[in-house]
Design a protein around this ligand. Structure first.
Ligand SMILES: [Zn+2]
Length: 291
């Protein structure tokens, strides 16, 4: 007997119209259970030959109904339906991906959906709160001060940078930057955990650093060549290539937070010492001028 067969038989009974409303219903419920069920359903529809237009319509309707400032960069999405909006944005990104549309590559879509399913399954309810709107606004203005032209506002696909703060915790991670949809997802990070992994403020700026890295290289595994010759060579000569994106994002956080009211939230600034901090800051100022 196939796993999930009862659920699949139930899904088989859904007409296209039912499917449309069922997707909206699960998104509107916005609980961890309803979102797991939703991603399961999408994985199932991807395996069958179900018309993706009906799925696109349902997700886009939910997004436009809720994500009203979606076209403005640095929009902060928060509150009870944030995880639903993130899930909807993620699924839309997969549904509209040229690989899925052009070559009908169901395998890539299946992999992407399983990553999402695993992430949603690992979220936990919490009574703690994610970074507040006020703090996000404060940190965004620190960025705007550093980069007056706001170069990371849009990615290469003209997607505005959007920030989601989620009311759930996860043991899998605290934050992520999605280059294709230019969005930053920040989970709730309890203070005990922040003592180990760094402050939520630093983690947010670190993700902005990945946005800058991807804006320049258009590849989340690559850093600008100048970063290797001007920073890595002198400060991190032993660092292997695969960790350079993380070092780039951390150095960006140093450059940005140094000398601001958030300085104490960045543990690297003190431990790096003035000379190295200044060198990193000078590098990022020049880098931003050039792009
Ligand atoms: Zn990172």
């Amino acid at each position: 007997m196939k796993k999930n067969s009862v659920k699949n038989e139930y899904f088989d009974l859904l007409t296209e119209n039912d499917l449309y409303f069922y997707i909206i219903e699960l998104l509107e419920a916005g609980t961890l259970n309803s979102l797991v069920e939703l991603v399961d359903l999408i994985i199932y529809t991807n395996q069958q030959n179900i018309n993706v237009d009906i799925l696109k319509q349902a997700f886009l309707e939910f997004i436009t109904d809720n994500d009203y400032l979606n076209l403005l960069p640095f929009t902060h999405i928060q509150g009870s339906n944030t995880l639903s909006l993130f899930v909807a944005r993620y699924i839309v990104m997969v549904l509209f991906s040229p690989a899925i549309e052009g070559r009908n590559d169901k395998k890539d879509a299946d992999t992407a959906y399983h990553i999402l399913l695993n992430d949603v399954k690992n979220y936990k309810e919490t009574d703690k709160k994610p970074l507040s709107h006020k703090t996000i606004k404060g940190l965004v203005s620190v960025y705007e001060n550093f980069d007056k032209k706001r170069k990371i506002s849009y990615n290469q696909y003209d997607q505005p940078l959007t920030i989601f703060t989620i009311d759930f915790e996860s043991d899998l991670g605290n934050s992520v930057y999605h280059p294709a949809s230019n969005l930053i997802l920040l989970n709730t990070i309890p203070f005990e955990k922040q003592a180990k992994v760094g402050s939520a403020e630093y983690i947010f700026i670190h993700e902005l650093g990945h946005a800058l890295q991807c804006k320049i290289t258009e590849n989340d595994f690559k850093v600008p060549q100048s970063f290797k010759s001007k920073v890595v060579k002198y400060i991190f000569p032993e660092a292997p290539d695969e960790v350079l994106p993380e070092i780039f994002a951390d150095c960006f956080s140093i450059a940005l937070m140094n000398g601001t009211k958030y300085e104490d939230k960045n543990l690297f600034i003190k431990s790096f010492g003035n000379v190295r901090v200044e060198m990193i800051e000078t590098y990022f100022k020049k880098l931003i001028e050039k792009i």
